[in-house]
Design a protein around this ligand. Structure first.
Ligand code: AVI
Length: 322
């Protein structure tokens, strides 16, 4: 039996999900062209991302899960008991379960998620698995500071959980702003447990974003299908190809959709010209060194209190404090 959404108090901060048409026009009018990666996650995009996490080349999810499982006793020691756990994103999966199982007596769990449907589905499942933990979902944009609901039981301490190296999808400037607002959300005595993908061999990183089954290619191209559906644009999906390359200089995978021929695309009352081989930027996935990560979080007034890496130093978990 799943717990009805109506049984769980939802704090709705009425986030604006942005205007896809004006965002797309802005990116397509720029030189070079770009599109915001947040629009990858419609329902098919979310399913394709789940499928990506099961591809043999996409090591991130597998390695982070193993790391979280093996480090959980040490994480529980480093986090005060009776924490209010606040997850950035809807947290439906095994990572959230491992954290809630492993911490000492967490009093409440607050996922912050922009999609009300994803939020209620994930919190309904977790409420069943953890009946002693108060579920306090908040529908909001986590890139802005979020006033947290107060748990019924006293909790002296907030732990923000931001796994998956989702931070890596933000440019360094945007990531610094996000971390600053995370610091405000968690308060002066709060902590944050953040998952980051680490810099490593280029071939391993590039394989993760160019899986042999072509799931990542379908994920990237789905952005155009979504734009066609939600803005009435006329992108021809067969006219573009997925390209993901690692820039060692910038420490990031740069994903582009490359036009296979000269073509025009209509969106609203605009017409956009693509020349053959023109590359449109659609996603960054940053990979960090200790130095680059510490420099980034210092911009937000945060420091690394504890660090855990898997045995091959592929993926890291960092406990951050103000
Ligand atoms: C969600 N995010 C951390 C993924 C990543 O690795 O950047 C999204 C993704 N894009 C292509 N594959 C996975």
């Amino acid at each position: 039996m799943s717990i009805a959404a109506a049984d769980i108090p939802l704090t709705d901060l009425h986030p604006s999900s942005g205007d896809i048409t004006s965002d797309a026009i802005e990116g397509l009018s720029s030189s070079p062209k770009w599109l915001p990666s947040k629009y990858f996650y419609d329902s098919r995009g979310s399913q394709l991302f789940e499928a990506i996490t099961r591809q043999p080349e996409y090591y991130l999810t597998r390695v982070e899960l193993e790391l979280l499982a093996t480090s959980m006793p040490a994480i529980a020691d480093a986090v005060a008991s009776c924490a209010h756990v606040v997850e950035y994103g809807s947290g439906s999966g095994r990572k959230t379960e491992l954290l809630l199982e492993g911490l000492e007596d967490p009093v409440a769990y607050t996922p912050i998620e922009i999609s009300r449907t994803a939020l209620l589905a994930s919190v309904g499942r977790l409420a069943e698995a953890f009946p002693a933990i108060e579920m306090l979902p908040v529908c909001a944009d986590f890139t802005q500071p979020v006033p947290l609901p107060q748990p019924t039981r006293e909790s002296g301490h907030t732990l923000v959980f931001f796994p998956g190296s989702t931070l890596g999808n933000f440019t360094h400037d945007d990531a610094a702003l996000l971390l600053r607002s995370m610091r405000e959300t968690m308060g002066p005595r709060g902590q944050a447990l953040v998952g980051i993908d680490l810099d490593k061999d280029t071939a391993l990183i590039e394989a993760a974003y160019n899986d042999a089954a072509g799931v990542t290619r379908d994920f990237t191209l789905n952005l155009l299908a979504r734009l066609n559906r939600d803005t009435g644009s006329d992108f021809d999906l067969a006219g573009f190809e997925h390209r993901a390359r690692y820039s060692r200089e910038r420490g990031r995978i740069e994903t582009h959709l490359v036009s296979l021929r000269e073509q025009h695309v209509r969106l609203a009352d605009h017409s956009f010209h693509f020349h053959a081989d023109e590359a449109m930027q659609v996603e960054y996935s940053h990979k960090y060194t200790d130095q680059s990560f510490e420099a980034l979080i210092a911009r937000a007034g945060l420091r690394v209190a504890r660090r855990w890496n898997d045995p091959r130093d592929w993926f890291g978990l960092r406990l951050l404090e103000p």
